[in-house]
Design a protein around this ligand. Sequence first.
Ligand code: FA5
Ligand code: MG
Length: 353
Amino acid sequence: MARAVSAARGWVPETIWRKVGTNLHLQEGHPLCTLRAAVQGYFESSAPGEFGFFNELHPVVSTVDCFDALCVPRDHVSRAPSDTYYVDAGRVLRAHMTAHDVPLLRRGLKAFVNCGDVYRRDTVDRTHYPVFHQVDGLRLLRGDADAGGELRATLEGLARRLFGEVDVRWVDAYFPFTHPSWELEVRWRGEWLELLGCGAVRREVLRNGGVGDEYQGWAFGLGLERVAMVLFDIPDIRLFWSTDDRFLEQFKGRGLEARYKPFSVYPEVCKDVSFWVGDGFHINDVHELAREVAGDLVENLSVIDRFAKDGRESLCVRVTFRCMERSLTHDEVNALFAQLRQRLQNQLPVVLR
Ligand code: FA5
Ligand code: MG
């Protein structure tokens, strides 16, 4: 059974491959494109001519660029096949846009902002999706410049460009490729929202990019969906993939002022499945199978019960189905659920109860 799992994990599902090349961040009028353009416009106007912009870098990258060149430790979770989509032993679907930093530095660039689709195996819920979009930026400065001051001023300026006159705060963070590192949060409707991660680029990373020691650098990375969800009142991350005009038309030509009004909320259908788990089981595989079987008709998966008996563990997982665009029929949900049960049994180290 363990072999079946590692085969399933090493393989990028067809549903994921189909997203490659969609480039929502380049589709005029799409909320992710509007937000990407706003971020890009900010860097164009705050430092005219300084930054290069890269929006069409291919998402298949080497593990060296994605991890090693960025000093990601050998045992870091982000390298695990349960979290990252491996195309083969040496290549992945990029897990973050930072994967392009070292290659762009090697091309001799001193400041750039890049945007694209990134891929992570993750849970199924309203704020997680296996494909999402990030904007990453990096700037080199001479060794005697005030890089920390520039980083803070630039990124606070970005926060205000997007959110208006908001309170912001800096929270200490950890990223393998920057030190020190921070997250910038903005106060939005009474809550602190994580806007981006950033920091001073590690000397070793700069050297991997062929940058001489007379330079220092700062870098940041921002997830577009979470920001677009709060800015535009979008309640579910799946909506970004909708081709329904009732969604898309609400954003065309409205820039950052757009606010989404749900055209309808269709009923959910919940189903529970219980099983014993064996060696090599990873909950992310259940989330992935559910997406494989039901695509965007699956809204949420949650473990609602868990117990151990005679050294074995049992889980009960609740699967919530809902379509954003129409009502689902019971027959349709029953068929999807039966298929999910069968594939759980066949492909994962579990025994259905
Ligand atoms: C990074 O990916 C770093 N590369 C960012 C960075 C760049 C730091 C340069 C320092 C210098 P993190 O894993 O926290 O960091 O992801 C960044 C953002 O992606 C998060 O703030 C979040 O908004 C978003 N994000 C992460 N996982 C998901 C997901 N499954 N769905 C949607 N958005 C996600
Ligand atoms: Mg984080």
